[in-house]
Design a binder for this molecule. Structure first.
Ligand code: NAD
Ligand code: AKB
Length: 339
């Protein structure tokens, strides 16, 4: 029997990567939801592609009536820069939207009489380091350290991680009868992601993919952070592998609900060197925006991924050099015709 999965935020960067992979899995059928119409090539891979708002309970109820979901990948969100510009809207979409999806997952669990998996992408934005001295001293940060975010987005993500745990373990804990329906909440804290197929918008780690895509297109790029800025990143195919790997892991091996994952952590200057080596005509200048810089400076230089490695065998396929040579360059040369 096929498993039906719901992907919210399906037309976003991760949605593109995830749907392309899920579509290759024989026993999975995909229902997609996004505010924007899904790209035609992706829509062909879904049994149902809905244009709708996760804040609209009617849209979600209609979907839940029409399908039995085994897994929800809840990707829809406003990312850090956009959220800082529209904090109240961000709170609504990122928090209220997540509550709506958790409620739908519970309804589905009740109707189907089984646990529904809820896979949630959180972010390194949940961390908040007070200054660069502390950032350089702490090194690779563990999941329980420095959860003191300074952005609306980071606060939303941290709260939704906790909400997921609540829906999994304590939902309506005062009810006279224990509730049978359960949401199996699983969460990845992603670093910045770099995709060859899509460009980000609205994030603050966007300087890396923006720089690389501009270099490949032969366009000048003014990088909005300093050359010495260092945060973790990973290649999009590895992010998709992480989502699928955590979803597939047996519940017995998971010692926690929230896992750091990552790939590599170059400085912006090191990324520039790699982009210039790949695309010698790259023209990058560094013109830091003090406010966005402060956000990135509060994010860790690296993350400790040992829990994910130990519990469910997480290993990134791509190193930094491998990301350029085996993933970005071939795809971008084809996409932009760059030499
Ligand atoms: P994205 O901005 O590319 O995609 C988000 C999608 O959500 C968009 O297609 C947008 O139209 C949709 N959306 C926004 N509001 C909506 C609403 N009210 N109803 C329905 N759809 C709505 O983002 P992404 O990079 O694909 O990120 C997906 C998830 O992964 C997000 O939760 C994000 O916080 C998380 N994440 C991303 C990164 C990254 O670097 N890309 C890093 C860490 C975590
Ligand atoms: C952002 O910059 O907001 C995202 C993220 C790191 O969560 N890319």
């Amino acid at each position: 029997m096929k498993t039906t999965v719901l992907v919210t935020g399906a037309n976003g960067e991760i949605g593109h990567g995830l749907i392309n992979h899920l579509a290759d899995v024989d026993d999975v059928e995909i229902v997609a939801l996004d505010l924007r119409p899904l790209d035609g090539a992706l829509a062909k891979k879904c049994i149902h592609a809905v244009v709708g708002d996760i804040l609209n309970a009617g849209v979600l109820e209609t979907l839940s009536t029409a399908h039995n979901f085994g897994t929800v990948y809840h990707l829809a969100a406003l990312l850090s820069t956009r959220a800082e510009r529209q904090p109240v809207l961000a709170h609504r979409v990122n928090v209220d939207g997540t509550v709506n999806l958790l409620e739908i997952a519970l309804t589905q669990a009740r109707l189907q009489g089984r646990e529904i998996k809820f896979v949630y992408p959180s972010s390194i934005a949940v961390y908040g380091l007070p200054d660069l001295d502390v950032k350089s001293q702490v090194g690779a940060i563990g999941e329980s350290e420095w959860c003191t975010p300074r952005t609306m987005y980071g606060i939303n993500k941290l709260y939704c991680e906790q909400l997921g745990g609540y829906y999994a373990r304590f939902y309506r804990q005062l009810d006279a009868e224990p509730r049978a329906e359960r949401v199996d909440f699983r969460c990845l804290r992603f670093p910045g992601l770099i995709s060859a197929a899509t460009l980000p918008s609205g994030g603050t780690s966007d300087f890396a993919p923006e720089m690389i895509h501009a270099a490949a297109r032969g366009e000048p790029y003014a990088c909005f952070v300093r050359e010495d800025t260092r945060i973790p990143f990973m290649a999009m195919p590895d992010a998709v592998r992480a989502l699928l790997g955590l979803e597939a892991a047996s519940a017995e091996v998971l010692s926690r609900r929230i896992y750091n994952v990552g790939g590599f952590n170059p400085s912006a200057g090191e990324l520039h060197d790699l982009a210039r080596r790949a695309f010698p005509s790259a023209e990058v200048t560094f013109v830091p925006d003090a406010k966005r810089q402060a956000i990135v400076d509060s994010w860790p230089a690296d993350v400790d991924t040992s829990a994910a490695v130990r519990d469910w065998g997480w290993t990134p396929q791509y190193t930094l050099n491998g990301t350029f040579e085996e993933y970005l360059l071939p795809a971008m040369r084809q996409r932009y015709g760059a030499s």
